[in-house]
Design a protein around this ligand. Structure first.
Ligand code: NAD
Length: 525
């Protein structure tokens, strides 16, 4: 059996998914390397925490400036490593990262102020209570390939802003973005060991937990399968986790929706980043009265989309990440067709474009017996089903193991918001989709198999701290009424005190209060 120190990730080859070109070959971190990175980050943490939130915020603002200056180069790097069109990299990766830097820099100092907790019970009135939010120590961040810049960046910034140091294990498919992030953070003034990177596949990620001196918290983003492994390993050591996992997000198009707008939304929501977005529209439910126009509009629009190398400015859909992901998509589409589904657009590989291209696909005649409607497809496929009533739409939307996000389309916002209350998901968007992730103040995360905990916004900051309650009595020379020296008389007095607090009738309360007052003069041990 391998010992911990002999477990080693395979060397990492980074390829451009549009061309297959080898971009870099990197040595993978061994378990010993991962332990060393954790120890360096741990040694750096007290001084990083001690500089305080305002100096840290200044560093984050400096990072924002640097990132904004270098945004086109970073977007180009994202495209070469992950395939998405460069303008999409700018909008869906750079903007959320810049926004997160602004949010963390502006919120950190206020968020870390002690928070007063007021006591309602009169017997506790002499005490002042407050919450302190303190960094966990070293946060281990494990990230996926589909948003190789925005996902780790938003999480790293929140962790650093709260005074933690970080060890990041980026996806082995897209580690170059992580190095770019590290360079910019160091230029901004983050000390070297405050942000460490370990390269490698799952073994390097697992070592963040299995090391003899592991990280203090894990923020994991990835598949449900790996998320469960991470949760199990972390549970054995009682290491807290945030799990941002997969989704099967439903889109509900109500009968009063604008077909033109909703069909364009369905395409963008299903095909952005070639459908490899955790918040992608993976299932679409349309009211029977709009269904024929809606499916026709989606199919016509899908045929117009330009697929190709994301470095070309006119391309709308880039390649998928690799053959394995393409095979999952093909499998779902094939299975759906075998069970009666009808392909209205796409439904095939585009081998003439390169190794990993799949045509934007619109499929009807689908139902919940198909993998396409139950499992995460994570590709450019839009399956559409019709419904008759809102109750049926809600039932279909909730009939899933996942619960990341959902969207509702209607010209009546009040109706949409009422329906949102009935949907089982971490985020419900009315007349928009996917973009919840990009709102830096909004919490991001799921329910059911889509995960545990939240990133982004105040709730994301809350995950990066542990709460300490401090209780300080303002009358240090007064012994407490409830201390030893128990007697029959004391029991009577305390019964009176409970009446004083909780009796239904005011006269009973008054008598109880008078009876209990004598306890204040009681002799204690
Ligand atoms: P993945 O689970 O294969 O890998 C995610 C990360 O975990 C990678 O860095 C990987 O090397 C690492 N890893 C693998 N095995 C590990 C182990 N045993 N211990 C620790 N780390 C390990 O996921 P992926 O294919 O990179 O990403 C796609 C998935 O991520 C999709 O399911 C998608 O929905 C999900 N995702 C979720 C969100 C969200 O915010 N909810 C965002 C993006 C992606």
């Amino acid at each position: 059996m391998a010992t911990v120190s002999s477990i080693q990730s395979a060397a990492v080859q980074v390829r451009n998914p549009a061309t297959g070109e080898l971009l870099a070959e990197l040595p993978a971190a061994s378990a010993v390397d991962v332990q060393a990175a954790i120890l360096r980050a741990r040694a750096a943490q007290p001084s990083w925490s001690a500089i305080g939130p305002k100096p840290r915020a200044r560093i984050l603002r400096k990072f924002l400036e640097i990132l904004n200056r270098q945004r086109d180069e970073v977007a180009a790097l994202i495209t070469s490593e992950a395939g998405k069109p460069q303008v999409e990299a700018l909008l869906t990766e750079l903007v959320p990262a810049l926004d997160a830097a602004q949010f963390c820099a502006s919120q950190a100092a206020t968020f870390l102020q002690p928070e007063r907790i007021r006591h309602s019970n009169p017997i506790m009135k002499t005490k002042k209570g407050y919450l302190l939010r303190e960094p966990h120590g070293v946060i281990g961040i494990i990230s996926p390939w589909n948003y190789p810049f925005s996902i780790p960046t938003t999480e790293v910034l929140a962790a650093l802003a709260m005074g933690n140091t970080v060890v990041l294990k980026p996806s082995e498919l897209t580690p170059l973005c992580a190095f770019r992030l590290q360079t910019m953070l160091r230029q901004a003034g983050v000390p070297e060991a405050a942000f460490e990177i370990v390269i490698g596949d799952g073994a390097a990620g697992a070592a963040l937990i299995s090391s003899s001196q592991p990280v203090d918290k894990i923020v994991f983003t990835g598949s449900v399968r790996t998320g469960k492994q991470v949760a199990q390993a972390a549970a054995a050591k009682l290491i807290p986790v945030v799990l941002e996992l997969g989704g099967k997000d439903p889109m509900i198009v109500l009968k009063d929706a604008d077909v033109e707008v909703a069909s364009s939304a369905a395409l963008w929501g299903a095909f952005v980043n070639a459908g490899q977005t955790c918040l992608s529209i993976e299932r679409c439910y349309v009211h029977r009265s709009l269904y024929p126009q809606f499916v026709t509009a989606c199919a016509e629009k899908a045929r117009k989309l330009r697929v190709g190398d994301g470095s070309r400015a006119d391309v709308e859909i880039g390649p998928m990440i690799h053959e394995g992901q393409l095979a999952i998509v093909e499998g779902h589409v094939r299975d759906a067709i075998a069970h009666g589904a009808k392909v209205l657009a796409g439904g095939e590989r585009l081998t003439q474009l390169g190794p990993n291209f799949y045509a934007p696909t619109v499929i009807t005649n689908v139902d919940h017996s198909m993998a396409l409607m139950r499992e995460e497809t994570f590709g450019p496929v839009l399956p559409i089903m019709q419904f008759d009533s809102e109750a049926e739409a809600v039932q279909l939307a909730n009939d899933s193991d996942f619960g990341l996000a959902a969207s509702i389309w209607t010209s009546d916002r009040t109706r949409g918001e009422a329906l949102a209350q009935r949907i089982q998901a971490g985020t419900v968007m009315v007349n928009d989709c996917v973009t919840g992730f990009a709102i830096c103040e909004a919490p991001h995360g799921g329910i059911k198999s889509s995960g545990i905990g939240r990133t982004h916004g105040r709730m994301g900051l809350e995950e990066m701290v542990r709460v300490k309650y401090v209780d300080s009595d303002m009358l240090p020379r007064m012994s407490k009424v409830w201390w030893y020296g128990y007697s029959q008389a004391f029991s009577e007095q305390m019964r009176g005190f409970v009446d004083f607090l909780f009796a239904g009738r005011w006269d009973k309360r008054l008598t109880g209060g008078i009876k209990s007052a004598a306890a204040l003069r009681r002799k204690k041990i």
